[in-house]
Design a protein around this ligand. Structure first.
Ligand SMILES: [Zn+2]
Length: 323
């Protein structure tokens, strides 16, 4: 093999392994007292979570921008970035690694992913930029950043960044999308529903569990539908089916294959045995809104999927209409 070919192969192997979920480093035969090893591990963890967040960003961006007319009043400017605040939520080694990789400082807000073609991308915002001000106001957290951008109604959004120790001003042309922003949260297979503003969180467990973006789109669109409609008051099959209805239309609008929905939620049901009943009293101690089988929900999902597929075949507009 010629040297250039060997190099090309090595590079392509490097890139092909970058997208897979296997851990890129190992402690086998390594010295555990070696601080370089600790740092390497923490940096690999940052990259792993950035990849997951970038995937969530891509899917949520597609859904939020495709279904604007289905989202009623829950519409506002979208940026198209994932940003993290340097804080100790994921542990000190993680955020020290974040600081090393992205040059962030304590409390600053770093852009970790930019959706190609998004308003942020077109305005020249890049991975590694630190967001200082949005519309003239200092931003104090990632949530603050997205809230200010989403509430801006006066044309292009002025944003001040720090890049290579220099302040840069960019102007983000607004694009309307469904609100709110989707955030990643470390956690298992539960769609968390804690009261934290109007935002919604998709757990890292669900992002892992969704084998394809078509599956992840079901989760994102379902949770977005809950948020749009404020349908979280009473947990149970009816609330879930209403979120499924709007969510499946939102996912289909964005071009995702919703035919995977019944099998996907069946897989979720196996993981959430408390949800194998239509009766809220049967949920057990968890009392979390179920996203598993629920006989009535499973039947409804199949019906809604068939309805949407029929509309697609007939070239009809994809609007959910009345429940
Ligand atoms: Zn739900």
């Amino acid at each position: 093999m010629r040297p250039t070919a060997a190099i090309t192969l090595a590079v392509s192997l490097l890139f092909s392994s970058a997208g897979c979920s296997t851990h890129p480093i190992t402690t086998t035969d390594r010295d555990f007292s070696d601080t370089a090893l600790h740092e390497e591990f923490a940096e690999a963890s940052v990259r792993l979570y950035v990849r997951r967040h970038a995937r969530l960003l891509a899917v949520s961006y597609a859904i939020r921008t495709a279904g604007t007319d289905l989202c009623g009043d829950a519409v506002g400017p979208i940026l198209g970035i994932a940003a993290w605040r340097s804080n100790p939520l994921f542990g000190r080694p993680f955020f020290e690694a974040l600081e090393r990789i992205y040059g962030v400082w304590a409390g600053s807000i770093a852009v970790v992913a930019v959706q190609p073609g998004s308003p942020a991308d077109r305005a020249g915002i890049r991975v590694g930029d630190q967001i200082l001000h949005v519309a003239g106001d200092t931003v104090h957290s990632d949530i603050d950043l997205f809230d200010r951008a989403a509430a801006f109604e006066a044309g292009a959004i002025p944003i001040t960044l720090m890049r290579d120790e220099q302040e840069i001003r960019v102007s983000v042309e607004p694009l309307s999308a469904c609100l709110p922003e989707a955030f990643i949260e470390i956690g298992d297979l539960m769609l968390t529903d804690r009261a934290r503003g109007d935002h919604f969180y998709v757990t890292s467990g669900f992002i892992r569990f969704a084998k394809t973006d078509d599956e992840l789109a079901l989760v994102v669109a379902h949770e977005l539908a809950h948020r749009i409609s404020g349908m979280r008051v009473v947990p149970g099959p009816q609330v879930e089916v209403r979120a499924d209805r709007l969510g499946l239309y939102l996912a289909a609008r964005a071009g995702y294959d919703i035919s995977v929905a019944p099998a996907f939620w069946d897989r979720v049901a196996l993981e959430q045995p408390w949800s194998l009943s239509d009766d809220v009293e049967h949920y057990g101690w968890t009392r979390v809104p179920p996203h598993g089988y629920m006989p009535s929900r499973a039947a409804a999902i199949r019906k809604i999927v068939a309805e949407i597929q029929r509309k697609i075949e007939n070239g009809e507009a994809l609007a959910p209409g009345k429940d």
